[in-house]
Design a protein around this ligand. Structure first.
Ligand SMILES: [Zn+2]
Ligand SMILES: [Zn+2]
Ligand SMILES: [Zn+2]
Length: 107
């Protein structure tokens, strides 16, 4: 387990959009500015590492839960369905095959 800067609030510990109040703490890191992650990780393909859900811009990415990175286990390769973007072309939702990570386990 290691800690990285919270992508959603960029390490500030505050809700970047001030949805509840301007002083609201970041829901991803709980106000600490840091999030715990389990290695090995890759950048979240769906939100491109921002931690922000691409289409609604004010909520956390559902793939990485706002951390901007996702844990991958074992050997992976680019998802053939979304071509590594993590986005389902038809719907704009996270790719069903890779879950939005952009990579799938190698068989
Ligand atoms: Zn945060
Ligand atoms: Zn994400
Ligand atoms: Zn995919």
């Amino acid at each position: 387990m290691s800690k990285i800067e919270c992508a959603f609030c960029k390490g500030k510990g505050k809700d970047p959009f001030g949805l509840l109040s301007e002083l609201a703490t970041c829901q991803v890191c709980g106000g600490t500015g840091k999030v715990e992650i389990i290695e090995p990780t890759i950048k979240c393909a769906f939100c491109k590492g921002t931690g922000i859900y691409p289409h609604n811009g004010r909520v956390t990415c559902t793939v990485c839960n706002g951390k901007g990175i996702v844990t991958v286990k074992g050997e992976t390769e680019g998802c053939p369905k979304c071509k590594g973007t993590g986005v389902a072309i038809e719907s704009g939702l996270p790719c069903i095959k890779c879950g939005g990570k952009g990579v799938v386990s190698k068989k």
